[in-house]
Every structure is written in structure tokens, then in C-alpha cells.
Design a binder for this molecule. Structure first.
Ligand code: PNW
Length: 467
């Protein structure tokens, strides 16, 4: 008989699932919604694989009751979703669109009536196109517009929503949106990406201050995508410096201003040739570093990096210079033999433990939540109609264990949200990448709980990985 440590999580540990508005809602032109930068981008030829758009997506706007029923069936405690800014404040300024707000009121009421705690993300990348036309995130005024919008949404839902995060992954909005341009709005100008980053952070601070003033007991935070970073060869100074740079640009450039109150000096020095950070005004650092009730962490993988070395062959390294300003000499290593997901991202569960313990060690104490973790795989439907996504089951199990390890090591991890509840519109990859615990047939909109969803139900039921 094998006896496996049941790996029980602390009482009250939150088990949830996450989605984002543009990835699932569809109904892009209904009830007064105006275009966001993702509508414009996805409708621009060549920007998304196959020209896929979020026009229909999972049709969640019309099927949310069925989807909440599925959540109930999985037994999740909490549901993290985002509000589409152009639905509730079309054009990005001025008065609210009552019909847009009503959708989120209905969704929240449906969740609450099923004992599922709503977690609202205020911004998961769908900036109203009008605000992009006025300068987008590189323009300082966009931060004020965001705080205004955040206050408006909180005013409408704050009586029934306790958990709020401002931004999802500002790294993606700033660097994929304005430096490499692989995400909307598709601009490619590194100095603008840095200004965008600052104004995203400023908008975060202004929104937190405003919501806090209206509702002192709200649970407020931000979600960052963090990576485990390591040097390809720890004995090489060039590799160690590459790791310092990428850790700086991926992790510390967001963690430091939010939790410590200033940008990391070494990263600013790396970026000196690109930007003088002239967009930082007196008082901004204090504005950004608002006290938080929680930090959301999205974890997917590790970056293993190396410096320039003429003696090392080009393979198996890859470069992503435009997404990482100031790190043009850094080479990313694809480690031979390490399993990858369908995104080609290496599976590295110990990196999740490392990320959590590192945040707990290097930053002031704040409750941590994994707000996204998951994997894309090519799923096949069996003749019986089931989806046996064994790779995803294994991915989740390994990462649940990694969370448990982090808690055992003292990290204040209080919850875990799987990415994603449903297969959905995976940004530039369109519908080709499936992250769901529930399969979506995009022809029929039929939902099928995958093996990973059934497994998640068991984990939640036992609050751990029981036998
Ligand atoms: C996150 N990268 O996106 C997002 O929050 C989700 O909306 C998305 O579906 C999920 O992860 C899976 O991709 C990311 O290039 C997109 O490093 C790209 C990167 C990281 C996260």
C-alpha cells in the first residue's frame, strides 16, 4: 500500500478559477459597449493567429448563468473575472453605461447566490479605443481616467464585491503592448512602454486611494505576472548579470514601486539609454505605494537566461529583445529535455515555490494569492465525449504541491485561482491555445468539464491532494 502525504492546505484557503472579459464575453457590440484596443487589434489583419477576434468568444455575456452553474459544479469558492471598461464607461470617460453595469450586477448576484465569492479585476487589457487615440498608457492622463473608472465600478458593485485588484499584469500591457507590439495596441517604442508602465502603476495607486477612501474595509491589490529567473551558468558573470536584468525588468520593476516605494536603481541604470524616467513626478512614488491587502501573482514559468558569449552556439537559445528593453544582449535558454506546454513555456513547478518564498522574503508582508496558474495543451475529445487532459492534470498537481511547499516554507499564500475556467480567446494566439479546465466547442458553445476540472473538484473538496 502506498501512503501519500495528503497535503492539506490551511483552513480557509481560497480555491478559485479566473477568466478575463475580452477572452470570454463576446457580445462585443451589445448594450452600448464601444471598441477597446483589443477589438481594433484583433480586427487588424495579421495581428492574431487566423484573424481570430473576441467578437463571440465563449459567449459568456449570454451564458453566464450556465457558467456559474459549472463553477458551482466544480465547487470553486471564488471566481476572478474582469470588468470590460468599454462596457461600463464607453469611451473611457464620463458617465456610466447602466446596461453594462447591469451585466456585472447580474453576474455578481448569480455568483453570490451560489456562494461563490466574486473577485473583480478592474483592468485586464481592454482599454477603450478612445483613450488609446488620446495617447493610451504612455499619456499620463490615462491614469486619472482609470482611477475615475475604477471608482465608478466600485460605486456600482462595492456593496456586494469585497475583493478588488486594479491591474492584471501591467508588464504585458506596457511591454507587449507598447514595446514588442505583440499585444494591443501593437505599438513598438520602448520609451513609450516605460511611460506606459509608470502610468499603469500611477493609475493603480490613484484607484486604490480612491476606493479605500470610499470603502475602508475593501480588500485591495494588484496582480503581477512574476517569473522565476535563473542564470544558465551560475559561474558566469555574464549569465548572472543577464538574470539580474531580466529579474529587474520582469519582477522588481513592478514589485519595488508597489511594495517598497521606488523603482530599482540598477534597472533604471540599465534603461538609461532608453528613458530618463522624466515621466516620474514628485509624489508619484508615494502615490503608487499604497498599502495593500493582497498581492496577486500570476505564475506560468521560469526564464533561464545567459549573457552574450561568442563561444556558445546560438542554439538552443532564443532572443526577445523588443519585449525586454535594455536587455538586447540577453539570450533566453530553452533547456533541452524540460517539458513545455503548447505555449512552448517550460513546466517549472519549483519556480512557483521559489517565486512565492522570494516575494515573502524580499518584500513587506502581504497576503499572497496565485491569481493565475495553468497550462495550454492540445486536448483531444474521446469517442465517449470526455476530455482526458492528463498533461494539464499533472501540471496542476505539480503546482498545487509547489504552493503547499511555499506555505510550508512560511510564505503567506492564502489562495489559488486556476487559469482558466474555460478555454478562451488566447490573445495573439486566438482560439488555438486552450487553457480551460472546461472545454469550449466554439461551433456549438457546448461546455465539457475536462479531467483537470474533475480533479480540481476533488482537490477543493479535500482542501488538498488527498488519496
Ligand atoms: C496571462 N508572456 O497572459 C494573462 O493574464 C491571461 O489573460 C492569459 O490568457 C494567460 O496569461 C495565458 O497566456 C500572459 O508572454 C501573456 O510572458 C503573455 C505572457 C505572460 C502572460
Amino acid at each position: 500500500m502506498t501512503s501519500i502525504d495528503p497535503l492539506t492546505f490551511p483552513p480557509g484557503f481560497v480555491w478559485g478559477a479566473a477568466t478575463a472579459s475580452y477572452q470570454i464575453e463576446g457580445a462585443a457590440q451589445e448594450d452600448g459597449r464601444t471598441p477597446s484596443i483589443w477589438d481594433t487589434f484583433s480586427h487588424t489583419p495579421g495581428k492574431t493567429l487566423g484573424g481570430d477576434t473576441g467578437d463571440v468568444a465563449c459567449d459568456h455575456y449570454h451564458r453566464f448563468r450556465e457558467d456559474v452553474g459549472l463553477m458551482k459544479d466544480l465547487g470553486i469558492n471564488a471566481y476572478r473575472f474582469s470588468v470590460a471598461w468599454p462596457r461600463v464607461q464607453p469611451g473611457g470617460s464620463g458617465s456610466a453605461n447602466a446596461k453594462g453595469l447591469d451585466f456585472y450586477r447580474r453576474l455578481v448576484d448569480e455568483l453570490l447566490s451560489h456562494d461563490i465569492t466574486p473577485w473583480v479585476t478592474l483592468y485586464h487589457w481592454d482599454l477603450p479605443q478612445e483613450l488609446e487615440d488620446a495617447g493610451g498608457w504612455p499619456a499620463r492622463d490615462t491614469a486619472a481616467r482609470f482611477a475615475d473608472y475604477a471608482t465608478l465600478v466600485h460605486g456600482a458593485l462595492g456593496d456586494r464585491v469585497r475583493h478588488w485588484t486594479t491591474f492584471n499584469e501591467p508588464w504585458c500591457s506596457a511591454f507587449l503592448g507598447y514595446a514588442s507590439g505583440v499585444h494591443a495596441p501593437g505599438r513598438q517604442h520602448a520609451p513609450d512602454a516605460l511611460a506606459a508602465m509608470h502610468h499603469l502603476l500611477l493609475g493603480h495607486g490613484q484607484a486604490i486611494e480612491s476606493i479605500r477612501a470610499a470603502d475602508p474595509t475593501a480588500q485591495l491589490g494588484i496582480t503581477l505576472n512574476l517569473y522565476a529567473i535563473s542564470a544558465a551558468d551560475e559561474t558566469k558573470p555574464g549569465d548572472l548579470d543577464a538574470a539580474r536584468r531580466i529579474d529587474g525588468l520582469a519582477n522588481r520593476i513592478f514589485l519595488d514601486p508597489v511594495l517598497l516605494g521606488s523603482y530599482p536603481a540598477d534597472v533604471m541604470a540599465d534603461l538609461r539609454g532608453i528613458s530618463d524616467f522624466g515621466f516620474v513626478r514628485d509624489g508619484d512614488h508615494k502615490q503608487i505605494a499604497q498599502p495593500l491587502d493582497l498581492l496577486g501573482i500570476n505564475y506560468y514559468s521560469r526564464h533561464v537566461v545567459a549573457g552574450e558569449d561568442p563561444d556558445v552556439p546560438a542554439e538552443p537559445y532564443w532572443r526577445a529583445p523588443t519585449s525586454w528593453p535594455g536587455s538586447e544582449t540577453v539570450r533566453f535558454l530553452k533547456r533541452p529535455g524540460v517539458p513545455v506546454t503548447d505555449m512552448n513555456w517550460e513546466v517549472d513547478a519549483p519556480g512557483l515555490t521559489e517565486t512565492l518564498t522570494r516575494v515573502a522574503r524580499d518584500y513587506p508582508a502581504v497576503p499572497l494569492y496565485i491569481t493565475e496558474n495553468g497550462a495550454a495543451y492540445i486536448d483531444t475529445v474521446t469517442d465517449e465525449g470526455t476530455v482526458e487532459d492528463t498533461d494539464r492534470v499533472a501540471y496542476f498537481d505539480a503546482h498545487f504541491r509547489a504552493c503547499h511547499d511555499a506555505i510550508a516554507a512560511g510564505a503567506p499564500l492564502s489562495g489559488y485561482f486556476a487559469w482558466s475556467l474555460l478555454d478562451n480567446f488566447e490573445w495573439a494566439w486566438g482560439y488555438t491555445k486552450r487553457f480551460g479546465m472546461i472545454r469550449v466547442d466554439y461551433d456549438t458553445q457546448q461546455r465539457t468539464v475536462k479531467a483537470s476540472g474533475h480533479r480540481f473538484r476533488e482537490v477543493i473538496k479535500h482542501n488538498g491532494l488527498g488519496e
